[in-house]
Design a protein around this ligand. Structure first.
Ligand SMILES: C[S@@+](CC[C@H](N)C(=O)[O-])C[C@H]1O[C@@H](n2cnc3c(N)ncnc32)[C@H](O)[C@@H]1O
Length: 209
């Protein structure tokens, strides 16, 4: 009930491209970030005056385009699926954001991260079983006081639901492992929020020299 109340009262998306990307995602079963999730990230981008973003998991480019439209940040986003990559490129072109969004077509675990710049914000939204690997690999590309946001940590509430299916159970176990891992990282101040499908916000602690 509260969700419906807030959905009705909160500002509606008016950008026609974003509205059509959302419908496309729904029709084609492409998982994209929730409204709560993207609004949380966009407000974080503005509060922290984020200038550069790395996203792991582009899909059709919905979240990357959304972040670019609500800020002046430049975005690098990584996608391993060819069809998704091509659709993202098409959508970024439609949004006229080619100069601010670069899509890398590769498995994020195979990208040589040492060739990448450093970023103010890293958004992890790819294969959920690999989140620890993404976090460890890409935290080296984070600026001081930068933030890492990871999505789908409640996994449609399955983290608290008894599951019989063996492979789903394993996946949910890995998400639970990530949740316990991420809050224990001593170089980050992390809190997991029940926003959207569950999101962690990890702020890199300042290194005292
Ligand atoms: C949840 S979708 C991303 C949604 C997008 N961030 C949005 O909200 O609009 C996850 C995407 O990550 C991609 N992906 C999964 N594992 C990946 C990996 N190891 N490297 C690159 N992309 C990956 C999938 O192909 C899929 O398109």
């Amino acid at each position: 009930m509260i969700k419906e109340y807030l959905d009705n009262i909160n500002n509606k998306e008016t950008n026609s491209l974003l509205v059509s990307l959302k419908s496309y995602a729904l029709l084609n079963n492409v998982p994209i970030i929730t409204d709560d999730g993207i609004n949380f990230i966009n407000q974080m981008i503005n509060i922290k005056q984020v200038k550069s973003i790395l996203e792991i998991g582009t899909a059709i480019g919905y979240s990357a385009i959304n972040m670019a439209l609500s800020s002046e940040a430049v975005i690098t986003t990584i996608e391993r699926d060819e069809k998704m990559y091509e659709k993202a490129i098409e959508n970024i072109r439609l949004a006229k954001l080619e100069k601010r969004i670069e899509v890398i077509y590769k498995d994020a675990l195979e990208v040589d991260e040492s060739n990448l710049d450093k970023f103010d914000l890293i958004f992890i939204d790819a294969a959920k079983a690999q989140s620890i690997k993404f976090f460890n690999k890409y935290k080296t590309r984070l600026n001081d006081r930068g933030i890492i946001i990871t999505d789908n940590l409640l996994f449609h509430n399955l983290v608290v639901t008894p599951i019989k299916d063996k492979s789903l159970k394993q996946l949910v176990k890995k998400i639970d492992n990530f949740n316990n891992f991420v809050v224990e990282q001593e170089d980050f101040d992390t809190y997991i929020y029940s926003i959207g499908d569950g999101m962690s916000l990890s702020i890199k602690k300042e290194v005292i020299k």
